[in-house]
Design a protein around this ligand. Structure first.
Ligand code: ZN
Ligand code: ZN
Length: 117
């Protein structure tokens, strides 16, 4: 049910095998999604149902579908990941460039890596 997604930036930063979304029996309580922690300079996986999203370092994190964390590359970007949770709320990652936590450029890209349940 969930998706495996990789994050990769041309500066060398890599985020391997993130299990996004939720499993068959946990989709009502678990919706994993990448967040940006500016203190750790890292992409951090966090369960979207747990609000607010606080990193283990104490920093409030920004969810990666926040408009400030990506720059459009094309007008209608393909979706790399799409997850419906809690009714109308949606989590989407596209092929756009996202803010890299290391080099702070909009060159972080998400790549699909298969499914998990
Ligand atoms: Zn942190
Ligand atoms: Zn980078």
């Amino acid at each position: 049910m969930g998706s495996l997604v990789y994050g990769e930036c041309k500066c060398g930063y890599k985020k391997e095998r993130m299990c996004l979304g939720g499993g068959m029996d946990s989709f009502e309580t678990v919706a994993n999604f990448p967040y940006y922690c500016k203190t750790c300079e890292e992409v951090v996986m966090h369960n979207t149902f747990m609000k607010p999203a606080i990193c283990s370092c104490g920093q409030l994190m920004v969810r990666y579908d926040d408009p400030t964390l990506s720059k459009p590359k094309s007008e209608v970007p393909s979706e790399v990941f799409n997850w419906n949770f809690g009714g109308s709320e949606k989590l989407v990652l596209t092929e756009n460039g996202y803010l890299c936590p290391k080099c702070k450029e909009y060159t972080l890209e998400w790549c699909p890596g298969g499914c998990w349940d």
